[in-house]
Design a protein around this ligand. Structure first.
Ligand code: WQD
Length: 337
């Protein structure tokens, strides 16, 4: 049975990937410093899968502690989710982002080398494409970034490229996520950012649940079908399953490969609001406000390469994403009573 180290494994995408790994009979070891996740998720993973992954509450930047994990466990592959990911925060605190996102990756790669672990799956982002020259976006498009968060992802991709050239034993897969939303159908795990959400779906959910009064729609003068921003929303469970496909591939090749994980379909802000209202029979009051600096008109993937090379195809639709996102919040309200 292969043993997989999942960094950030109690986070939004990490926890959903751990569910799929455990259900597929991988042994899972999680490291997480709980800076943007909760220890409660560990119990939820056991409740969903009837298996309890090994957990270390450590920072992936701490080389001494990461080495202990590799000393105590024969790790066959690493899936690296741990990292800060709030675009706005990265603009106001760039050093925090460069230190954490780069350091954790360099530490993992060094310890992997010391323990002859050769398989690495990296959580990257469609943000590395910047403002795409055309749509849909293919993996060989030019890369550019407009905020420190995106630049950390691009810099890490460059580091992985160089490390791959130097170390022929390494197998690296870089997954570029589009917009992950939704939650596990059980409602036991999902996306619950601290504070006021930056991203669209967590904000919609809080407005629907009357925690926040109104959704601000950042601009309706974009070059899209209804003027509001278009994105490729992918269900987080589909995204998690994409990591299992990447794992199957990474242990069977040498070198480095890049894959978009998206549905290939674009939906606007108002498409999402209208679908959310219909599916959940709730109202989401909104107002049109100015554009958010740095936002692009539209962004959606060409998912062909992941389909042809990984056998990955997203199966959940936008209705499922809206239903599961709201179900998670409703279930969690119950459990907090
Ligand atoms: C989606 C659309 C907004 C909030 C970001 C990161 C990306 C990835 C996913 C980490 C846009 C609009 C949003 C709101 C709105 N994160 N919007 N009102 O910006 O596409 O991607 O999150 O990997 O790296 O860049 O996602 O959810 O913030 O915005 O109108 O309150 O919703 O303008 O059109 P984004 P988002």
């Amino acid at each position: 049975m292969m043993k997989i180290l999942v960094t950030g494994g109690l986070g939004f995408i990490g926890s959903h990937t751990c569910v799929e790994l455990l259900n597929a009979n991988y042994e899972v070891v999680i490291i997480d410093n709980l800076s943007n996740s909760s220890i409660d998720v560990l119990e939820k993973l056991e409740e969903i899968t009837s298996k309890r992954p090994k957990f270390y509450e450590i920072d992936a930047c701490n080389k001494e502690k990461v080495s202990v994990v590799f000393k105590e466990n024969k790790i066959d592959a690493v899936i690296h989710f741990a990292g800060y990911k709030a675009v706005g925060e990265s603009v106001s605190e760039p050093l925090k982002y460069y230190r954490n996102n780069l350091d954790s990756t360099l530490t993992l790669l060094e310890v992997m080398k010391e323990y002859s672990c050769h398989n690495f799956v990296f959580s990257s982002s469609a943000t590395v494409y910047g403002t795409p020259k055309e749509l849909p976006i293919k993996e060989d498009f030019p890369l550019s970034t407009t905020n420190p968060y995106g630049t950390t992802k691009l810099m890490i991709e460059r580091i992985l490229q160089d490390v791959s050239k130097a170390d022929k034993d390494l197998s690296i897969i870089v997954l570029r996520y589009f917009n992950p939303i939704g939650a596990h159908p059980s409602g036991l795990i999902g996306e619950n950012p601290n504070g006021i959400p930056n991203n669209l779906m967590p904000y919609i959910v809080r407005v629907a649940d009357k925690e926040l009064p109104t959704l601000s729609v950042f601009g309706n003068d974009y070059n899209t079908h209804d003027g509001t921003g278009v994105r490729d929303y992918i269900h987080v469970v589909d995204l998690a399953k994409g990591h299992l496909k990447a794992l199957e591939k990474v242990v069977n090749f040498k070198g480095i490969e890049y894959y978009n994980l998206g549905t290939g379909k674009g939906y606007s802000v108002l498409d999402l609001v209208n679908t959310f209202e219909k599916v959940n029979n709730v109202k989401v009051p909104y107002k049109i406000v100015d554009r958010r600096p740095g936002d692009i008109d539209a962004c959606y993937a060409d998912p062909t390469k992941a389909y042809e090379k990984l056998g990955f195809k997203a199966e959940y639709g936008i209705e499922d994403m809206c239903r599961d996102s709201y179900n998670y919040i409703l279930k969690n309200k119950e459990s907090q009573k």
